[in-house]
Design a protein around this ligand. Structure first.
Ligand SMILES: [Zn+2]
Ligand SMILES: [Zn+2]
Length: 117
């Protein structure tokens, strides 16, 4: 999301905020953009990927609206534990993580399943 009241003609990095953790951007961590200014940080994407892709869990039943693509979705999703209006669908998790994984500007890789210790 963008900070409310931000000057749209002169955006600062801290005007960009992760919808899922409400963490302000400092330009030093990856941020993936969805529709209409929706944003998810690399850290939140890691959590979402782990829970939804690797563990095949879902936060909500089909019929929720994804914060990132704004569509009503039937696939699995991750809901922010802190902000319940922030939801990302499986498709957006996959798209976002593929994009970030390939992005040479960021040291972000798709999480993998770890053997239980
Ligand atoms: Zn975040
Ligand atoms: Zn989506």
């Amino acid at each position: 999301m963008q900070r409310q009241g931000a000057d749209l003609t002169n955006m600062a990095t801290t005007d960009f905020i992760c919808d899922f953790s409400r963490r302000e951007w400092d330009g030093k961590f990856p941020l993936v953009e969805g529709h209409q200014g929706a944003l998810i940080s690399g850290d939140c994407l890691t959590l979402a990927f782990g829970q939804v892709v690797l563990e095949e869990q879902t936060s909500l039943d089909p019929g929720y609206t994804c914060t990132m693509c704004l569509e009503e979705r039937k696939d699995r999703c991750w809901q922010s534990p802190a902000y319940e209006d922030a939801i990302i669908c499986l498709r957006c998790i996959r798209q976002g993580s593929t994009k970030l994984h390939k992005d040479p500007d960021w040291d972000w890789t798709k999480p993998t399943l770890q053997e239980p210790a």
